[in-house]
Ligand binder design. Structure first.
Ligand SMILES: [Zn+2]
Length: 247
């Protein structure tokens, strides 16, 4: 955040800014961000589901079954959604790369000029831009990779895998969703051990998210706690109202 801000406001001398490996925060959050959000999603939704059922005053068996069913339903739904989302995005990118491959074969000179133009637009002298474009266009695969990166912003050899995305979001959701069920699975009969475990998990998730967002860990942790607590409290209320009516 601060590095980009200083780079943007520097109007005089061009500042050489060489990003070292590991120097920058991963602004996309990498794998940590989706993992934590997936776990948090599982935690909040399953905690809310279970407190709703507990509020309805049902037996131990029903609570455990509800928790496990909520875990499975949520994890499968997350995985399916993630698979479809990543697969369709990937198909779109692959179609664009194919179009670019075709264009490179059909009109190599025009594509070379286009690439040079991109560098000129960024402030490189036209002659040098043309030379750079020419040197980057020596073999077809490299040329395609350069065009994909410059025009589509993707690395054709490193497209996200829908299967990996689906499996990891399944696992993350399941881990979060397991927390409120765990005490019941181990024989607990009261709600408080599940609440305690879920609360700790929510705080932990919030604190880990703070590592990504550069917020203070306790603020982020508390915010998660309040949000998750509100969700659980409201469904508990809903469960006890409806449970009383239909019981
Ligand atoms: Zn191109």
């Amino acid at each position: 955040m601060t590095t980009t801000a200083t780079a943007a406001t520097t109007t005089g001398e061009p500042q050489p800014r060489i990003p070292e490996e590991g120097h920058h925060r991963d602004v996309n959050g990498g794998w940590l961000r989706p993992a934590v959000f997936g776990a948090m999603d599982g935690l909040v939704s399953n905690l809310a589901l279970m407190t709703g059922v507990v509020g309805g005053d049902v037996g131990h068996r029903t609570i455990v079954l509800t928790g496990l069913a909520g875990l499975a339903a949520g994890a499968f739904s997350m995985a399916a959604g993630e698979y479809t989302s990543v697969a369709s995005q990937r198909e779109l990118v692959e179609a664009e790369i194919e179009a670019e491959r075709l264009e490179l074969r059909r009109n190599p000179h025009g594509e070379l000029a286009e690439l040079a133009q991109l560098y000129t637009a960024r402030g490189v002298d036209p002659e040098l831009a043309h030379e750079v474009a020419r040197q980057l266009s020596r073999d077809p695969e490299q040329t395609l990779a350069v065009h994909a990166r410059e025009e589509l912003g993707v690395d054709p050899d490193d497209l996200p895998s829908p299967l990996v995305a689906a499996a990891s979001s399944f696992a993350c959701f399941a881990v979060g969703a397991l927390l409120p069920v765990l005490p019941y699975l181990l024989g607990a009969t009261a709600l408080w051990p599940a609440l305690l475990l879920a609360t700790a998990g929510l705080f932990l998730c919030g604190a880990v998210v703070a590592r990504v967002t550069a917020r203070s860990w306790w603020f982020s942790g508390l915010r998660q706690l309040v949000l998750g607590g509100a969700a659980a409290g409201l469904t508990y209320l809903l469960g006890s109202v409806i449970g009383g009516r239909i019981g």
